[in-house]
Design a protein around this ligand. Sequence first.
Ligand SMILES: NC(=O)c1ccc[n+]([C@@H]2O[C@H](COP(=O)([O-])OP(=O)(O)OC[C@H]3O[C@@H](n4cnc5c(N)ncnc54)[C@H](OP(=O)(O)O)[C@@H]3O)[C@@H](O)[C@H]2O)c1
Length: 403
Amino acid sequence: MTVRTTRTAPAPRPPAPASPVTLLILGAGWTYQFLEPVLGREKISHAATTTTGRGSTIPFRFDSDSDDLTPFQALPDADYVLVTFPLKGRGPSTKLVRLYNETRHGQLRDSRAPAEWGSGHEHEHGDDHSHFSEDTNVGVAGSAKWIQLGSTGIWTTAAWNDESSAVNGTNARAVAEDELIALGGCVLNLAGLYGGGRNPRNWIARVAGSKKQLGEKGALHLIHGHDVARAVVGVVRTDRDRLDPKSGPDELIDHVQNSDKNYNNYKNNDDDDNNNNSGNAKLRNHLDSDITGKDAGLEPVFGRRWIVADCVSYDWWSLVWDWMGESAEKRESERESEPASDHKTDQYDDRSTKTQYRRWVAELMDENNVRGLPRSTELLGRKLDARRFWKTIGILPDRSLAR
Ligand SMILES: NC(=O)c1ccc[n+]([C@@H]2O[C@H](COP(=O)([O-])OP(=O)(O)OC[C@H]3O[C@@H](n4cnc5c(N)ncnc54)[C@H](OP(=O)(O)O)[C@@H]3O)[C@@H](O)[C@H]2O)c1
């Protein structure tokens, strides 16, 4: 006699939890090409997602209309989470943080009341991470800190704007950022991104395709992808320093500062000096005096937004004038050294286009009584002051636009 047993199909297993990392990057897009090498050099453990899971990334797509925890279960626990894609309006920021927290492997939310969350998972950095309020019902003490990449487009006032200036409150990204900030997050509002194939010169046709459009252009603010990567690492490093200022100089600091000549000079000099100060504090003191003064690293980097730009207000008219100029010497030497097939790569190679742009600039100068370029900053309209960010993380941007 055959005994039949009815088997119920086993419940699908959640994806295997990945190892914890220092930084989880939600969205390994354009900026990741710069971030990945910096993180590798700094030996910062990290994991990254794309919507397709290409390469070694984890497949992950956030749908603000869904409460499905499945996509979150494959994400590793992290000290810091960087969100590179835009969140818009009220709700998505809270939901993203909540769903991530609900699926943490080391700190899974259980049946305890929100006030008790986290009591079983003490974070190495102590209670400074307790940003999430009970009211928001999204988090736990000791859970990840969130960094969002935003845009400086939310500042629209035609004057100097710094991180404390009013933003356009109707901008959906600004609304979502404010929500993340209220949860203790840090928003890096980036100026125009360039580097790695993105060249602001190629934006002219789109943003200044007519004399009228060009006439309306004031200041251009930029940040190179390499400096975006340094900014992200700088935020993590500064936050850790702040929480543990007595720790010795670590690889993170060494590498982030690697390209700062001042730092290297200082470090060489300092090797001869038998000062017994503790590592980070000593580095910090020197960096402070190199850069900006006494309060670098003292301000919290989280719970607020920052302007991340290269500290240059480029004059669009001046840029166009330079780019549309012709240097006979340079052209000749380029033609001698390049194969003929490479000669036509410049979209403004056509001499009449260049002449037309230069003529527009000259006419605009006449019409506006501008006697020489670049224009004075008073004439440039909206401008961005990024000094405080770099001061707070204790480094300077490496790159500015080469012309
Ligand atoms: N372009 C500029 O000049 C400029 C200036 C200032 C600020 N920004 C902002 O800076 C940020 C970073 O820029 P970027 O060029 O690195 O961006 P990007 O190349 O568009 O990368 C975005 C990443 O997020 C992923 N992604 C998109 N939607 C997602 C979702 N719903 N759930 C999960 N992942 C999602 C994408 O996945 P896939 O790779 O699979 O597509 C991609 O990896 C953006 O927010 C951008 O708006 C840009």
